[in-house]
Design a protein around this ligand. Structure first.
Ligand SMILES: *Cc1c(COP(=O)(O)O)cnc(C)c1O
Length: 431
């Protein structure tokens, strides 16, 4: 089905004209360069753009706080405000849809790394015989620190308990067979597998179902960091069988710096009383919560893992953002557009930049989301120098040590023209 792409700006214009989702760009605020042009914003994998409606959602809560004070916990008198005392509930259905999970399995709370710790408090229960944690060698540092410090909190060292799997020598991507083999090799020693859904450095998608099956076969728990996955690729988290997952909402979910994170616990673990869980008053039965008794009756959903009452002002932007995803029709149509954008950028990289820039991200659609991890191979240029020149030219992208420029055409707001402009600017820098 090779698409009819060419390298002219007219082709980008035609693709934008054919794009049913193009109007969604208007729902976001696109930063403007000092010389007054819209930035070529390709860094939604790091901080998504602000949906225009965010201001109204945040203002509604500030306004309500001013007018109603403490009554705002239970009352709303003007849309789009929502009662603070159950604010998290307003996010659950749409967030669960994006994660491919049941509403009972998803809650929005805390930050991503905080959630990883809380989930490991439940799902990493090492014994004398089974205590190892398998991660990947190039894990996001926070995930590495979280796993290593969990191990130490159980009286072991990372040296004896943390197993890492690296790409093969000379390769950039993780080999799925090597991951599976490592799981089987650790076998009875393995307590937990903690891996990303989409790798932050390379953009590689890992095969969740295969990993879950392997981990469960050897008797280990398995959890995923979906920071680069939710809002980027369609997910079937429930069907994957994963025990737990967590993700942030400021990347592909466009909910602003430090916005509250997502958390998933598989249905099979809900309502269990034989489970270790760090608990707080927001996890106990809502009907009796305010009787202020000291008997903990876990909410029969993942909400039992909540500790603290919702951070309304950093959750209001999530509501605004999830509304935009709903208007897009969810991840199905977005992924369709994304695949076309991926094919288009692949075409331009090949036609315009071959031999000067290479992408280390997998080519196969099933193994990638919208991110491209680019490496500059042109003679006489350094990756860092090219990155700086891109930034000066009005392209927002990011640099990841040691040698990768990450860009992510986000189907919610990036146009085909953005992609064309980016390649044109990069071509100019390298010429
Ligand atoms: C962005 C990201 C984080 C960030 O963690 P926070 O707790 O939100 O600061 C962690 N892990 C991965 C894989 C990420 O991509």
């Amino acid at each position: 089905m090779p698409e009819e792409f060419d390298t002219t700006p007219g082709c980008a214009g035609r693709l934008d004209a054919e794009d049913d989702l193009a109007h969604l760009r208007d729902e976001f605020i696109v930063p403007v360069t000092p010389w007054g042009e819209e930035e070529i914003y390709l860094v939604g994998n790091s901080l998504g753009l602000q949906p225009r409606a965010v201001q109204a959602y945040v203002d509604a809560e500030l306004d309500k706080w001013g007018r109603l004070g403490v009554k705002g916990h239970t009352e709303v008198d003007r849309e789009p405000a929502f009662p603070w005392g159950s604010y998290e509930e307003s996010l659950t259905d749409q967030m669960a849809a994006l994660a491919g999970a049941l509403p009972s399995e998803v809650v929005v709370m805390n930050g991503l790394t905080v959630n990883l710790h809380l989930l490991m408090a439940t799902f990493y229960r090492p014994t004398q015989a089974r205590f190892k944690v398998l991660i990947e060698d190039h894990a996001f540092p926070s995930d590495h620190f979280a796993a290593a410090s969990q191990i130490r909190s159980h009286g072991r060292t990372a040296e004896e308990a943390l197993v890492t799997v690296a790409p093969r020598p000379g390769e950039d991507l993780l080999n799925a067979d090597d991951l599976l083999e490592a799981i089987f090799e650790q076998g009875d020693d393995l307590a937990l597998v903690l891996l990303p859904g989409v790798h932050y450095y390379t953009g590689q998608v890992l095969p969740l179902v295969d990993l879950v099956e392997a981990a469960h076969e050897v008797g280990a728990m398995v959890g995923f960091d979906l920071a680069h996955a939710v809002g980027n690729i369609p997910l079937s988290l429930h069907d994957s069988g994963a025990d737990f997952a967590a993700w942030c909402t400021y990347k592909y979910l466009n909910s602003g710096p430090g916005a509250t994170a997502g958390c998933f616990v598989h249905e099979r673990h809900l309502g269990r009383s034989d489970i270790n869980r760090f608990e707080g008053w927001w996890g106990t039965d809502k009907a009796t919560r305010f009787q202020m008794e000291t008997v903990f009756n876990p909410i029969p959903t993942v909400e039992a893992w909540q500790l603290t009452n919702p951070a309304v002002l950093s959750m209001a932007p999530i509501r605004a953002s999830l509304e935009v995803f709903a208007r897009a029709g969810g991840m199905g149509p977005l992924r369709q557009k994304s695949e076309r954008q991926i094919a288009y950028l692949d075409h331009l990289l090949n036609e315009v930049l071959a031999g000067r820039v290479e992408s280390i991200t997998p080519r196969t659609l099933g193994e990638r989301g919208c991110q491209f991890s680019l490496r500059v191979i042109a003679d006489g240029h350094t990756g860092r120098g090219v990155f700086d020149a891109l930034e000066s030219a009005g392209v927002s992208c990011d640099w990841r040590h040691p040698d990768v420029i990450r860009i992510a055409p986000v189907p919610l707001y990036n146009s085909f023209t953005d992609i064309h402009r980016f390649v044109h600017v990069l071509d100019g820098i390298l010429s």
